[in-house]
Ligand binder design. Structure first.
Ligand code: SAH
Length: 213
């Protein structure tokens, strides 16, 4: 499938919608306007790609709602060359948004089926991550730490301590915490031992699960 003028027009509409919902960061909006979301979705749902909604992908997972992707990305305050760890690669859409903003992205997925699909797909449409891993996101990625930012795109039942310890001083962790609904939570590492915590509204994510599958 291709990316056409029609798709670009739909993306511009989508950007307007999420801007109206409160997203202000120009680089985030630019990335949403650029990444061809329809290519990340199973063919049956392509017509819905530019609605501001989550949709099913393989292995009973979802591609996050564009507003949610934009909201989390805005909280990360991504700068070019930042090294960012993503937990929950899924379709790779969030990964592509981060790469589009100039980040060096490390991403972990626990579903074999999705991992195999996305590791082939992303480079095919021109998005090169630093590393894509099949593994357990609760552990983070100690060998590539510390990170400027860590983003968790599944609902975490609790805060995985390993992730906090893999942040640089000044680094930001964006994680939805909770069981059926999640509170979007931002941790900023202010020193070796200290973290600032901010809670930023409720969202619904598929659950962050233990172990690989
Ligand atoms: N960022 C994705 C969102 C996918 S939904 C996108 O833009 O499409 C969340 C993803 O987190 C799912 O693919 C799910 O399999 C994955 N996931 C759940 N628990 C995980 C864990 N412990 N480690 C890594 N990935 C996990």
């Amino acid at each position: 499938m291709k990316d056409t003028h029609k798709h670009q027009g739909l993306r511009n509409q989508l950007v307007k919608t999420i801007e109206e919902k409160g997203i202000r960061n120009k680089n985030v909006l630019k990335a949403i306007a650029t990444v061809p979301r329809h290519l990340f979705m199973d063919s049956g749902f392509v017509d819905f790609a530019y609605q501001d909604k989550a949709f099913p992908i393989a292995a009973e997972q979802t591609i996050s709602q564009p507003y949610t992707v934009a909201f989390q990305t805005e909280l990360l305050e991504v700068k070019p060359n930042d090294s960012i760890l993503e937990i929950g690669t899924g379709s790779g859409y969030q990964t592509a948004v981060l790469i589009e903003m100039g980040a060096k992205v490390y991403t972990i997925e626990r579903q074999k089926e999705l991992f195999k699909k996305t590791i082939l797909f992303l480079p095919k449409i021109g998005y090169k991550s630093k590393k894509m891993l099949f593994g357990d996101g609760y552990k983070g990625l100690p060998e590539n730490a510390p990170f400027d930012g860590i983003i968790v795109t599944a609902g975490a039942p609790f805060l995985p301590k390993a992730l906090l310890s893999q942040l640089k001083i000044g680094g930001r962790l964006v994680i939805p915490i909770g069981d059926t609904v999640q509170t979007m939570t931002l941790y900023i590492r202010t020193s070796e031992k200290n973290f600032e915590k901010h809670e930023l509204g409720t969202f619904r994510f598929v659950p962050m699960l233990k172990k690989r599958n």
